[in-house]
Structures are given as C-alpha cells and as structure tokens.
Design a protein around this ligand. Structure first.
Ligand code: TSJ
Length: 638
C-alpha cells in the first residue's frame, strides 16, 4: 500500500514537472497572455459551480504582490478521501493533470473545454498556491509550493453551518513567466464577458495594488440580452427590443440574442460553454440557416418580398446585426487548425430548430419589428447589387481609360515604380507644403480633405462614391478585392502622413482600415508606412534640433543644457511646419523616420477588434484603444 502511494506520488510530480518544463503546451504562452490565463483557469472552475446552480458570487482580487485571490460561494471543493487516488479529493484537483470535473459528474463544464487544463496546471506554475474550503461548518486549508503540497489538508477552524465556498490564492512563478504584472482592463474584459454569459452570476474584480483600491462589479440579470445592448453601445438600435430565443434540443442548450442597429456591419459572437469560438462552427451555421430561412419565409408570407423578387441573402439579413449565440453542450469537439471551430453536428440542428421556432413566434408577435428588419434587408439587397455594379465600373474604367489620375494628385516623374513613393497627407495646407517640399522625381503627394470615410460604417456602394477613396484607388493603380494586382502598383511605398496627435492617429487608423479591407496585400507585402513627424523643435544659439518623442527631447536638453536660451516649440500639427521643415523632419529619405505597418495575426485581430469588437460601439473607449494599440500596428523601419 505504501509503495503504491509512493508510485502515485512520483507520477504526479513528473506530471507537474512536465508542465513546468513546457508551460506553453498547457497555457499557450508564458507572456502576459499566459499570466492572465491562470486567472481564467481558476475562475472557470468557479463558473462551473455557478452553471451547476450552486454558486452566485465570485470575487477576484489582484493583491499588492500581483498574487490573485479567487473566492466563490459554491459548495466548496470536496475534501474527503478519494479512494482511487488514496488522498483528499481537494489535493487530487491540484496535483493531478486534467483532474477537473472527475467527480460530481454531468453538467456542462467551462473548465476542461477548449483551454481548460485544470487547476493543477495553475498550481504547477505558481510559486505558492493556497486553498481554503468552507464545508459542513468547518474551514479546511492546504498549501503548495511550485505544485508540491507543503502540508496535508487540515481543518483550521469553523464557520457558520451552511456557509460554504472555495478560496484560492496563488502567485505566478517568476521563474516561469516573462511578465508577472496583472492588467486590470484585460481581466475586466474577460470577467465581464463571463458575467454576461452566465445569468445571475455576480463577479467582482478588485485591485488593491494602489492606495485607492479599484473595484468593478459585473452582474447582468438579462444575460446575453444585455450583452447585445452593451455591444451595440452608442449605435442607434433599429427597434427597442433585443430578440431572444432559448431552448434545449438533443441535449444541447441554446441561447441566442440579437438586435439590428442602423450600421452595416455584422457582429456575431458565438460561444460554446462560455468559451468564444472565433472560427465559428456548427452552432453558427445553424444560427445562420435559421435566420435566412425564417426571414425569407416571413417576408414572402407577408408580401414584403414579391414572388418575382430574389430571396434575401443571409448577408442582407445580417447587415447591422449584433448577435450572441451561446450554447452549452456536454462534450464539445473542436476542429480546425487552431481547434477553435465547433464540430458537433447535433449543435447545428439544435440551434437551427430553437432559433427557427423562437424567431417565427417573435416575428408573428412583433410585426412592426419584422417589417423594419425585412425592409433593411431589402435595402441591403439593392445596395449590394449597386455595389457590384460600381465595382464592375471601377474595374472596366481602369481597363479602358488606363489612368485617369485624380486632379489633386501631384504625381512624380520617375517611370519606375520601384523608386516611387506616395504621401497621403491629411489636410490641404499640409498637402501644399508637402507638394513644395517633395522631391518631384520620386515623391507623389495626394492631399486628403476633411474626414476620411470609415469603411466599417458605410455601405459598399457609398464607399465607391467617396472622392477620397476613389482618388486613392486610382492613384495606387492596383484595383481592389479580387481585381487586385500588385504588379500594377504605381508606388513602392505608400506613406500615410498625419498630425502627431489623437485626431491624426484616428485618421491614420481609418486609412489603414480602408487598406486592410480593400487591399490587404499592400500591407501584407510591406508597402504601407506611417510617417513620423516631430513633436518638438528646439532652437538654441542659432542651432536647431527636432525631437520625435518626449524622451528624445529630454535627452537633447540634457546634452545642450536646460537653461533660458532654449526655444522649444511643440508642434500641434503638420500645418505648423513650413515646406523646408517638413522636408527636413519628415520627408527627406536620408533623415526621416518611417514606421512600416506590419501584417500579422495580431494586426488583423487588432483591426478587427478595433471596429467590430467586444468593446462595443462606443467612440471614446475605441479611441483610447487605438492609442493604446498603436504600437501593435507598426514597427520601426528607418
Ligand atoms: F480551480 C479550482 F479548483 F481551483 C477552483 C475550484 C477554484 C475556485 C475559485 C473554485 C472551485 C470550485 C469547485 N468551486 N466550487 C467547486 N465545487 C466543487 O468542486 C464540487 C463541490 C461539490 C460537489 C458535489 O458533488 O457535492 C461536486 C463538485 C465538483
């Protein structure tokens, strides 16, 4: 018996040692992302208890030393001896890989799903982990160092009969993680999402690292209905109610909430057992099928769509729609390269039938909402036809007339595109200076006026009518979408030059979004750059310095001395520079700083998230987001 126990012990240590040797295999990465993953892993176990109906509150605290405490009011992890393992069930949870959900059985588990690797992995990757369980009027405790129990499960006190719960504290191991400082906003976004997806669960996040503690509470009685309202944010809903369907079929629990706004983008997020599935899968297919069929049936039956007219496409119906599809399933199967696509075929049928049924009833009971949505879809159908036509026209035009270059463009003269670059300049006055300053042979200038159209917020047919966009398409010469042909590119570098302030960053983001959506290859092949104008001009004893960052200004001042002879000008915009200064600081290929826009999954995700995102459609947080993430979009390339 003793021998067997020892053998088990050795196996366990080998298991957790494997986690410490290859942490990336278990939590994806040892960067900030992996660090935050530890919290989700622990919280998900408490969420499972909530889904089972026994837990209503989860409190997460970021402690001063960046250790994390998670406390729930569930039944408390069982502490009795697990006979198979020969030790406390509690210890099994923290020392055996994938032990989560081994007992209790049944129910839908968040943990153990796509990422759920179990509490033992968190334990293995923590300098210390401390557990307290309240059950049967008693308080139990155990502690671990780097996965190894430093004491038995011990009774350390009593608590009022009926008070139950689990409290876990852990300190991520500095030997393992590259980053060990928690970010409130990152945890907040994920915990908020979890609260939206779990009706009647209250999650509290508290940060006590600063003298003034920060606290947020996430509690949504309306669940995913409120999630949709939140995501729609400041955009105008087309009708007041959020459509909601719920039901159970083939052991799949289905919940869907949706609402249209007056925009043109679809934002549907699908979840399986509270885990987001960015690549969709069978549940999303079922949802789309139900939507398309139900609306077409309704539109025909109510003569909103005549017999002679084409069916509405799924895309038409989903224009401007925000939706959450959330299913709970006992044994989710994930497919695809990144294992992020749901494969269970019963999910397709379950979602399709629950949504068809629920939506049909809703439309019958809310004819004015039904009519509003159908009318929007019919408009979308017409706009799509117009856009196809406009796109054909752009194609034919460039084929027939060759180059009808835009009037505002000051083109360069060198016939070899390899040597050429085009500056897209915000504002006529900066455009004028740039035209004077440029090197005519190789530098073309295209000034853009006023606000740049946000292609995420306009229908495709309107995009083609926009003068700025038309000018860029013709100037670049490549065509767009399927017609895109990189060999026709007229400039080797496309350089976006905007003011070095928040508005400038916003305009640059709008331009990048246009390029990313219409000509992604330009970014992928590294042709797109952001110019970097200086922030400061320093004059002293007839000599001039330019500084591009605050740090640079400071180091120049250190060098020349901080005294009264310094004349410092802070540039508020490109317009404050004359042609010569603009050339010296931002356009002279010998001296300028260019930031190449890099395309990678991160960029793509950033751009997608910036506009279509789980942050909701609120302008202010969005702008903040752009500023914060500007660093992801570019890297330095002098
Ligand atoms: F991840 C974890 F294990 F560390 C953890 C588990 C962390 C946190 C914050 C909470 C939990 C947790 C586990 N909360 N509640 C539970 N519940 C159970 O483990 C449990 C309790 C009773 C029964 C039963 O059948 O009586 C079954 C289970 C799974």
């Amino acid at each position: 018996m003793a021998n067997e126990y020892d053998a088990d012990q050795i196996q366990i240590l080998e298991g957790l040692e494997a986690v410490r040797k290859r942490p990336g295999m278990y939590i994806g990465s040892i960067s900030s992302r992996g660090l935050h993953h530890l919290v989700y892993e622990i919280v998900d176990n408490a969420v499972d208890e909530a889904l089972a109906g026994y837990c209503h509150n989860i409190e997460v605290t970021i402690q001063k030393d960046n250790s994390i405490t998670v406390e729930d009011d569930g039944r408390g992890i069982p502490v009795g001896i697990n006979h198979k393992a020969g030790k406390s069930a509690l210890e099994v949870v923290f020392t055996i890989l994938h032990a989560g959900g081994k007992f209790g059985g049944g129910g839908y588990k968040v943990s153990g799903g796509l990422h759920g690797v179990g509490a033992s992995v968190v334990n293995a990757l923590s300098e210390w982990l401390d557990v307290k369980v309240k059950r049967d009027g008693k308080v139990y405790h155990q502690r671990y160092n780097r996965g190894k129990a430093v004491c038995q499960v011990e009774e350390i006190g009593t608590c009022p009969e009926g008070e139950t719960g689990t409290t876990i504290s852990f300190l991520p191991d500095k030997e393992i993680f590259e980053e060990t400082v928690y970010d409130f906003d990152t945890l907040e976004n994920r915990l908020r999402e979890t609260a939206f997806l779990t009706k009647n669960l209250r999650i509290t996040l508290t940060d006590v690292r600063e003298d003034a503690p920060r606290q947020s509470v996430y509690h949504y009685e309306g669940g995913i209905k409120e999630f949709v309202t939140y995501l729609n944010g400041s955009s105008e809903p087309l009708y007041p109610e959020v459509i909601y369907c719920e039901g159970m079929k083939d052991n799949v629990y289905v919940e869907v909430a949706m609402q249209h706004n007056d925009g043109y983008n679809e934002a549907t997020y699908a979840f399986v057992n509270n885990i987001i599935t960015p690549e969709g899968g069978t549940h999303l297919e079922g949802f789309r099928r139900a939507l398309t069929k139900t609306f077409n049936d309704y539109a025909r039956a109510n003569r909103l769509l005549k017999d002679s007219e084409d069916n509405l496409s799924g895309e038409d119906i989903r224009e401007g729609m925000t939706a959450i599809v959330s299913i709970k399933i006992e044994d989710p199967q994930f497919e695809g390269q990144t294992k992020q696509k749901l494969g269970n075929s019963e999910a397709r049928g379950a979602v399709e039938s629950v949504v068809s049924e629920g939506l049909t009833i809703f439309l019958e009971q809310n004819p004015s909402v039904a009519k509003t949505i159908c009318e929007k879809a019919i408009l979308a159908q017409r706009a799509r036809a117009a856009a196809r036509h406009a796109r054909d026209m752009t194609r034919r035009k460039s084929a027939l007339d060759g180059l009808a270059l835009p009037g505002k463009l000051a083109d360069c003269t060198d016939p070899n595109p390899e040597n050429c670059e085009i500056y897209i300049v915000e504002g006529d006055s900066a455009g004028g200076s740039a035209k004077t300053a440029r090197s005519r042979a190789t530098q073309a200038i295209l000034p853009l006026r006023g606000k740049i159209l946000n292609v995420e917020k306009a229908r495709e047919d309107r995009i083609y009518q926009n003068a700025e966009i038309k000018a860029m398409i013709t100037a670049f010469g490549t065509g767009i979408f399927d017609d895109f042909d990189i060999t026709k590119l007229r400039y080797n570098k496309i350089i976006i030059m905007t003011d070095a302030d928040v508005d400038g960053a916003h305009i640059a983001t709008l331009l990048l979004t246009f390029l990313y959506r219409f000509m992604p290859e330009l970014i992928k092949q590294g042709h797109v750059y952001l110019a970097q104008p200086p922030l400061y001009r320093l004059e002293k004893n007839k000599k001039i310095w330019y500084a591009y960052t605050d740090e640079e200004l400071s180091s120049i001042l250190d060098e020349v001395g901080r005294d009264n002879n310094n004349k410092i000008q802070r540039y508020k915009g490109l317009g404050e520079m004359d042609a010569e200064q603009l050339w010296d600081t931002t356009m002279d290929p010998e001296k300028r700083i260019l930031n190449r826009v890099v395309y990678n999954e991160e960029t793509a995700a950033t751009i997608d998230r910036t506009f279509t995102t789980l942050m909701g459609d609120q302008v202010e947080p969005r702008r903040e987001f752009i500023e914060k993430n500007a660093k992801y979009v570019t890297n330095l390339d002098i």
